[in-house]
Structure formats: structure tokens, C-alpha cells
Design a protein around this ligand. Structure first.
Ligand SMILES: Cc1cc2nc3c(=O)[nH]c(=O)nc-3n(C[C@H](O)[C@H](O)[C@H](O)COP(=O)(O)O)c2cc1C
Length: 323
């Protein structure tokens, strides 16, 4: 039971702190949380937007949507019903959500709360063991509850997806502005608490669909292990609209999917170069039969080794949460 305002604030602050583990594009952590007037506010931090890779802020907003869902899962697991107002002020578009506490409930989703600390982007190839259909059905169901659809790439569309991913990689590789931005986020000061460390990136290796190359000149230090992605499944999250509210919803759906997969013992890695590069996104639009816009692509699989994927750094709590 909540006895006073400080208990209330502690809960909201705890949710913001848990949401710091959310994944984000290039590990930019482009969010800012404020506890104000008994509510928790989530703002986009535009100073951390990737000007070249993400000029519209699609990936920034998806990352914030993931953080929002992490905060909601935490409050629910603590036994409180969060009441969310998304994009509450049309005059202030960077205010993405305001969360209030709607009352106490039986704690739920504890599995997903535990998955927040267990989940890490795993860029190693997954094993040949098949991902159960039941898990993919659950991911699809939780996305659809948020107005986000999931297209699975089957044998017919897979070749086109492979070409799309390879093309995105080539275009990024030959773009000096992209390479400069990438280098900025792969070569961080030791105490920055953000960016992509060599210990989390794998060298290129034979696999079904190529992943983004974070260190084009070498330098990745994560061993790929014995897998070849034989049992991996590739899921494209898409929406019928394409504005910031759709991006925020896509982020929440992505978070629900990642946490559900993690809680089911699976590993996940996002691969969004196919969405960021306009020519590749256009190919995905055709793959989706012109029904909507791709927002996120996830590779989901059974890990090929028992070793956990490496943990990536996070910024200091005081840089992200205002009390
Ligand atoms: C919107 C978004 C896009 C991402 N795109 C990629 C990607 O294309 N390739 C990749 O290997 N990881 C991608 N990631 C994973 C991030 O690099 C990762 O979340 C971040 O480095 C933090 O690491 P963690 O997920 O292990 O906590 C993406 C994550 C998000 C949220």
C-alpha cells in the first residue's frame, strides 16, 4: 500500500531506473525522465538523436517507446496500474508520455519484469533449433494489441530480405557521413556509459542474413560461436500509419516482443539498417505488399551457446532521471 507521496515518487523513480536498461539505437539512450506532480514524464532527448542515421527521429522515438514499455512493465510488476497519456501536449511533441498511478492491483507480468535485466542484444548467430510457433504467436498478439503488425519472413520472402539487408549494408558502408556517425558511437570515452563497445559486436561470419557491421575496419571482440542462424526467425514490425505516434507504438510492441522472447529463453537482436536506409525501406514496403511501413526488424532465435550475451553500458542515473 502507498502511504505517502514519497512512496509514490519512489515507485515512479524505480520504473524510470529500470527503463534505463531498455535497448536503443546505437545505445544512445535518447530519453529523459522527470518525476513531476505525482506523475512520471518521458521526453525525447533530441541532443542524442543521430542526425545522419535517423534524421526524422523514427529510431529515437522507437527507442523511447521501448523505454516506456519497460517502465510500465515495472510498475505493473510492482502491483500498480499505470495510466498512460501518450503525447499529451500537441504543443510539446517531445513530451512522449505522462504516466500516473491508477491504483493497486495484483502484481502481474513479473516474468517480463525479470526479463528487463536478463535481455541483452545478442549479435552472435543463433542455433539451428527451431523457435516455437507459440512464442511467435504471443509476440504477434501483443504487438497487435498496440496496433502494430508483425510480418514473418518465410521461405519466399527471405531471399528478398537477404538482398535488402545486404543492400543496406553496402549503402551504409559507402556513405562517409554515416561512417563518421557510426565511428562516433563505437569509439566512446571509457566513462560515457553509452555507445556500442567492441565486446558486444561480432565479426562478419557465414549466416542467413548479414547484420550491420559496427567496425568496418575490424575490432569486434565478441566470438561468433558455433551457430549459423539456421533456426532464427525474422520478424518485421509494421504500422499502417507512419507518424511519431506509430513509432512510439512500434517501440512499445518491440519491447513487449523482446521481453516475451527473453522470458521464453530465446535471444533477440534488432536489425534496423533495413528500415533506416530509404532504398531498403522501400524494398520492405514492397515485401509488405504496400500495406504499411516497416518500423523494426528483429532476429529471434535459440542461442547456440550457454554463455550469456555481453552486457552493454548505461549512463548515470542522475543524467537520465530528474527527481
Ligand atoms: C531502435 C533500435 C534499433 C537498433 N538497431 C540495431 C541494428 O541495426 N543492429 C544491431 O546489431 N543492433 C541494433 N540495436 C540494438 C542496440 O545497438 C542495443 O540495444 C544497444 O547497443 C544496447 O545494448 P543492449 O540491447 O544489449 O542493452 C537497435 C536497438 C534499437 C532500440
Amino acid at each position: 500500500m502507498l502511504n505517502n507521496d514519497s512512496d509514490h515518487e519512489k515507485l515512479l523513480r524505480g520504473a524510470a531506473e529500470a527503463a534505463m536498461r531498455a535497448p536503443s539505437i546505437f545505445n544512445t539512450q535518447p530519453w529523459r525522465w522527470t518525476v513531476r506532480g505525482g506523475a512520471l514524464e518521458l521526453r525525447a532527448d533530441r541532443s542524442r538523436q543521430l542526425a545522419v542515421t535517423d534524421p526524422d527521429g523514427r529510431m529515437l522515438t522507437i527507442s523511447c517507446g521501448i523505454a516506456l514499455h519497460h517502465a510500465l512493465v515495472t510498475l505493473t510488476a510492482d502491483g500498480h496500474r499505470p495510466v498512460v497519456d501518450r503525447m499529451p501536449d500537441p504543443g510539446d511533441p517531445d513530451l512522449l508520455a505522462r504516466i500516473a498511478l491508477g491504483g493497486e492491483i495484483t502484481p502481474a507480468d513479473v516474468r517480463l519484469r525479470d526479463a528487463i535485466d536478463k535481455r541483452h542484444t545478442d549479435r552472435r548467430p543463433f542455433s539451428d533449433v527451431a523457435v516455437p510457433d507459440a512464442v511467435v504467436d504471443r509476440l504477434r498478439g501483443s504487438a497487435e494489441e498496440r496496433g502494430v503488425y508483425v510480418a514473418e519472413l518465410g521461405p519466399r520472402s527471405m531471399v528478398r530480405f537477404q538482398v535488402t539487408a545486404a543492400r543496406a549494408g553496402e549503402l551504409d558502408e559507402s556513405d562517409p557521413a554515416f561512417q563518421a556517425e557510426l565511428a562516433e558511437w563505437t569509439h566512446r570515452p571509457a566513462d560515457a556509459g553509452d555507445g556500442i563497445a567492441p565486446s558486444t559486436a561480432v565479426p562478419a561470419t557465414p549466416r542467413t542474413v548479414p547484420l550491420r557491421s559496427f567496425y568496418p575496419d575490424g575490432g569486434e571482440r565478441l566470438l561468433p560461436g558455433p551457430g549459423h542462424d539456421g533456426g532464427a526467425r525474422y520478424l518485421v514490425f509494421w504500422t499502417t500509419g507512419d507518424d511519431p505516434a506509430d513509432w512510439l507504438a512500434a517501440g512499445e510492441a518491440t519491447s513487449a516482443a523482446m521481453l516475451e522472447a527473453t522470458a521464453s529463453g530465446l535471444a533477440v537482436s534488432p536489425m534496423t539498417d533495413v528500415v533506416e536506409v530509404p532504398a531498403s525501406r522501400a524494398l520492405l514496403y514492397r515485401l509488405l505488399d504496400h500495406l504499411g511501413e516497416a518500423q523494426m526488424a528483429l532476429r529471434v532465435g535459440v542461442p547456440a551457446t550457454p554463455d550469456d550475451a555481453p552486457v552493454s553500458a548505461r549512463r548515470a542515473l542522475s543524467d537520465v532521471v530528474d527527481f
